[in-house]
Design a protein around this ligand. Structure first.
Ligand SMILES: O=c1ccc(O)c[nH]1
Length: 347
């Protein structure tokens, strides 16, 4: 449903203010051919009204001929920034980068963040961004989850459908997503609210069962039957089931890249305005489905790249799989039980 430019300009101003944009700061707005025009035009006005010094970087599209879908998260890491020194330097000299193109999982993103620039990814449909506009309350919940995750040594997950998974954590940083970026060198994504980390290398063991109705991204489909993922030593070894399992296997095989099978981030959703149901109501090409990644109490696990965590696996194949009805424990303490968030400070 359409929203007014005025509403979106106001939302940008709120999110940029939460992101501590101050007058005189250098802001780069990264745009590509499939950036949402209303997002771009309203961001320009909001940055201007807050006194930011704006540079717009328009980069050509890439990967269209190698990706198997139009989803920006369906082929990650290799971006039009590779080899483009002027654009990279502009971003490295910025205080804030607004990314409507999707640099996530690229080595260039890490290079930019190391300079202290803050980065905000923004590429969902405008009305979704408005509905899920970040608040300080989202930040409070995400910070509480992240603080608990930062001291954890083990993460275990179970479900009535048969998930029985464990891993050690602590080797990699915590990923806290709250929808705005208020720290130097920080990265965030409007809209989102969840926490995660990458398991210690080689430590993931067990089974994850994707049940009927669970979501597979970037397929943007609800599974119509269970899929059993068998994990040993940090790697997905077998994907067992019927058609759904065959589809997933076949998609992952098409990348012809062993790193696609590495376990990547694991965590739980903390957004109260994100819905499991919206995926069924939207055209599949409309956005990334941050509702699915963020809905309150999900168990979000993923496969493939870990460059975002400072690792070296930069495979373009990245699955994000948010599951319902799971129980997630840190050192035996429940964060979720059957998909319900338990700690008071994350409510
Ligand atoms: O915002 C995001 C989007 C995808 C992902 O894997 C992590 N965070």
């Amino acid at each position: 449903m359409a929203i007014s430019d005025l509403a979106l300009i106001d939302a940008w101003k709120d999110v940029l203010t939460l992101s501590k944009l101050t007058a005189g700061e250098q802001v780069s707005l990264l745009v590509s051919d499939d950036s949402n025009p209303q997002l771009v035009s309203t961001a320009r006005i909001a940055v201007g009204q807050l006194g930011g010094v704006l540079t717009i970087l328009q980069l050509p599209p890439l990967n269209g001929d190698v990706a198997l879908s139009r989803d920006k998260s369906g082929y990650v890491g290799h971006t039009a920034l590779r080899g483009n020194r002027p654009a990279l330097e502009a971003m490295k000299h910025s205080d804030l980068v607004i990314d409507t193109m999707m640099l996530l999982f690229s080595p260039e993103q890490e290079e930019i963040l190391k300079t202290g620039a803050r980065m905000l990814l923004a590429c969902e449909p405008p009305e979704v961004m408005l509905r899920m506009k970040p608040t300080l309350d989202d930040a409070r919940r995400a910070s509480a989850g992240a603080a608990r995750l930062a001291t954890a040594k083990t993460l275990t997950v179970t479900s009535k459908a048969g998930t029985d998974f464990r891993c050690a954590v602590g080797q990699y940083p915590v990923l806290k997503q709250q929808g705005f970026v208020d720290v130097k060198g920080g990265w965030d994504h409007w809209p989102s609210c969840f926490v995660a980390t990458w398991p210690n290398e080689g430590s993931c063991e067990g089974v994850i069962v994707i049940d009927t109705g669970d979501i597979l991204l970037p397929f943007k489909r609800y599974a119509r039957e269970p899929i059993r993922i068998e994990i040993e030593g940090g790697w997905i070894r077998r994907i067992v089931g019927g058609f759904e399992a065959e589809y997933l296997r076949s998609y992952m095989e098409s990348f012809n890249d062993p790193d696609a099978y590495a376990m990547a981030h694991v965590g739980w959703g903390l957004h109260k305005k994100a819905h499991w149901t919206t995926l069924g109501l939207y055209d599949r090409e409309a956005g990334l489905s941050m509702d699915a990644r963020s809905f309150y109490g999900n168990f979000l696990w993923s496969s493939g790249p870990n460059t975002e965590a400072g690792g070296t696996r930069d495979t373009p194949c990245h699955m994000d799989i948010p599951l319902r009805g799971h129980s997630l424990f840190l050192d035996g303490e429940p964060m979720t039980i059957d998909g319900r968030v338990i700690p008071e400070d994350q409510k």
